[in-house]
Design a protein around this ligand. Structure first.
Ligand code: ZN
Length: 71
């Protein structure tokens, strides 16, 4: 039996959606997106709630938006 083995780097493949010229991760619920926002803030050393979840115009899912800062 020969099966094609898929390489898995231990990451899950999130659903992606094109928003403008970028792909964004889709979250199934506002809670999921907010959880991911908190995690991302932590990972990037951002202040809490500098990211927020918003509902996508393209489908029934959510994305994370960050406020653009000019540094
Ligand atoms: Zn979307």
């Amino acid at each position: 039996m020969s099966t094609t083995r898929q390489v898995n780097f231990g990451q899950y493949n999130p659903k992606l959606c094109w928003v403008g010229d970028k792909q964004k991760i889709c979250y199934d619920s506002e809670e999921d997106a907010e959880d991911a926002a908190r995690l991302s803030e932590y990972q990037h050393g951002l202040p809490p709630h500098s990211l927020h979840a918003y509902k996508c115009d393209m489908g029934d899912h959510w994305h994370i938006a960050n406020k653009k800062k000019k540094v």
